[in-house]
Design a protein around this ligand. Structure first.
Ligand code: ADP
Ligand code: ZN
Length: 301
């Protein structure tokens, strides 16, 4: 059986075809420009592969915020994203219309990555887990009791409030356009660059950079541990992937320091397998989109 998978990101759209076992047979990457230009190419790709392979369903893991409420008039649309041209764009409808109303699964990009890990990766068999991407922005997806947290909207744990760390630079007040000093404002790639005056990857040999970075990440770890009680926390994205070797030990240590003995579980006693890197070689997002497709087909049957 063939499924279409779309990882819709702010810089590129990864379109792929795979099967129910998580195999990916082909993929293309289309730059994210205007909705009309981009989505015409994306739709064309899926229409062509559908003619060849008869796709059973499509899964879309999309940058947000997005409307996931199936009872809403605007279900399947992108909401008030900072990417103004994409505001209110009905991404699910556009693709369903192009593909004869094929079943379509839809969730956030980060829930998609978490689903990929929960289906084929390091969160397999778990019911409660959190996935963060720390890159140009920070986003996080969360699963509780085997379901994604949708509720009012969906998790936006990239914008958790963080406290200024004691060794924060005197005048740095963060880069989030909405909140300044939220988690993303203090710990995204652009935050690191704004604070230290150089791109993050050029700061690899500066311990103070990664000490502070890990401290903010640890604050977010503690917050999700206390609120969501995940069985595992997975970290991905350019900043994490680029500095994994020095960041993970610091993040684990600082998370335990901040918890300060208040909770004591076997997971927290095994930090090396509790806060972990993504395990699917960068394919967690597209594989999660593939699983969204399969779930949409099952839901319809
Ligand atoms: P996006 O969030 O747009 O999907 P990425 O996850 O690829 O993007 O992350 C891009 C960010 O990662 C940039 O802000 C960049 O500064 C940062 N980055 C890239 N390479 C490294 C590296 N080797 N070390 C630390 N940060 C890096
Ligand atoms: Zn923010």
């Amino acid at each position: 059986m063939f499924f279409g998978a779309l990882e819709a990101g702010g810089t590129k759209m990864v379109c792929a075809v795979g099967d129910e076992n998580g195999n990916i047979f082909e993929r293309v990457s289309i730059p994210t420009t205007t909705p009309d230009e981009t989505m015409q190419k994306v739709a064309e790709y899926f229409v062509n592969v559908n003619a060849e392979r008869n796709l059973k369903a499509l899964g879309i893991a999309c940058f947000g915020p997005i409307d996931l409420n199936k009872k809403s008039q605007t279900y399947g649309s992108i909401l008030n994203t900072p990417k103004v041209a994409w505001r209110n764009y009905p991404i699910v409808k556009t693709l369903k219309d192009a593909l004869n109303d094929i079943p379509a699964g839809f969730d956030t990009d980060v829930n998609g990555s978490l689903l990929g890990e929960a289906t084929w990766g390091c969160a397999k068999g778990l019911t409660d887990a959190v996935y963060f991407t720390i890159g140009t922005g920070i986003g996080g997806g969360a699963m509780a009791g085997g379901k994604f947290i949708h509720g009012m909207l969906h998790t936006e744990v990239g914008h958790l409030q963080v406290a200024l760390e004691p060794n924060e630079l005197k005048d740095f007040r963060g880069v989030c356009p909405n909140h300044g000093t939220c988690f993303e404002g203090m710990a995204s790639g652009p935050a690191i660059e704004a604070r230290w005056g150089k791109p993050a990857k050029e700061l690899a040999d500066k311990p103070e950079v990664w000490d502070l970075e890990a401290a903010y990440i640890a604050q977010a770890m503690v917050d999700v541990i206390m609120t969501l009680s995940p069985q595992k926390i997975i970290l991905g994205g350019g900043v994490i992937d680029g500095q994994a070797k020095q960041l993970f030990p610091l993040i684990r240590k600082k998370t335990l320091e901040k918890i300060n003995g208040y909770i004591d579980t076997k997971e927290l006693r095994n930090m090396d397998s509790y806060i972990v890197p993504a395990s699917l070689n960068g394919n967690q997002g597209i594989k999660g989109a593939l699983e969204l497709a399969q779930l949409a087909l099952e839901e319809q049957d």
